[in-house]
Design a protein around this ligand. Structure first.
Ligand SMILES: [Zn+2]
Length: 239
């Protein structure tokens, strides 16, 4: 029943599994993601749960262990950068991981109906949506069509960055990731309640396009343990 069942039986993961057994379900889920990312970064992906047998096994039902609310950027494919497979991740992607009603509904579906214990906001350096919003502000021109909705959703993050004296694009991206975490929780009482009950955690991470590594930038609850431990303890350190 545990999500770790899909990964815990793999060679080399025993130590991680033993240590992870003392952790909460959200913490175990996060540890699985970090371990997968380290495999990807280190050039040793296992491509778990991508074979025909697993495809058949999950056809009758899904129990993804993490929701990914990620940027649509083509270089940010969740199952690849976290080295996971079918049935593992419930992925919602929009440009700049902007979170409107359909995104919120999708997250709530995963967390309440599927019982997924972790929500990860996945942003990245050089994000085009953040750059577009910055350009729009700088030139005083709004983009045409529905792209405007994306830019409008990023503007609060730009204002916060300005208030905090942050003007490099990657610093703004970090702020925008934290803003999306707050938006999910602020706009979804359903998700906030799951977190308050300890059944779920929300973590914001920033991905580096060139290095392939993810770095946590925000978490709710704020003392969410895995930000410092015990991630990747059985995996070789990323180069
Ligand atoms: Zn992006």
């Amino acid at each position: 029943m545990s999500h770790t069942g899909s990964a815990g039986g793999q060679p080399g993961s025993q130590r991680t599994t033993d240590q992870a057994s003392a952790l909460s379900k959200p913490a175990r889920a996060y540890a699985e993601l970090v371990a997968g990312n380290q495999r990807f970064v280190g050039g040793a992906p296992r491509h778990p749960n991508q074979d025909a047998g697993h495809r058949a096994a999950v056809a009758d039902g899904q129990h993804p262990f993490a929701v990914i609310v990620g940027c649509s950027d083509s270089r940010l494919a969740a199952e690849i950068i976290f080295d996971r497979g079918l049935g593992d991740l419930f992925v919602v992607r929009t440009a700049g991981h902007t979170a409107g009603p359909e995104v919120l509904g999708s997250v709530e579906y995963a967390v309440t109906v599927l019982g997924t214990p972790l929500v990860v906001v996945l942003g990245h350096d050089s994000c085009g949506a953040v750059q577009a919003a910055r350009e729009s502000t700088a030139t005083g021109t709004a983009p045409s069509g529905h792209l405007r909705a994306v830019v409008d959703a990023v503007l609060p993050s730009l204002r916060r960055a300005e208030a905090e004296g942050v003007d490099d694009i990657d610093g703004i991206v970090d702020i925008h990731i934290a803003h999306t975490v707050e938006t999910l929780l602020g706009q979804s009482p359903v998700l906030a309640d799951e977190v308050a009950q300890g059944r779920c955690a929300v973590v914001g991470v920033s991905y580096r396009l060139a290095a392939g590594v993810v770095r946590p930038v925000a978490a709710v609850p704020a003392d969410f343990a895995p930000l410092g431990v015990p991630t990747g303890s059985a995996e070789p350190a990323a180069a």
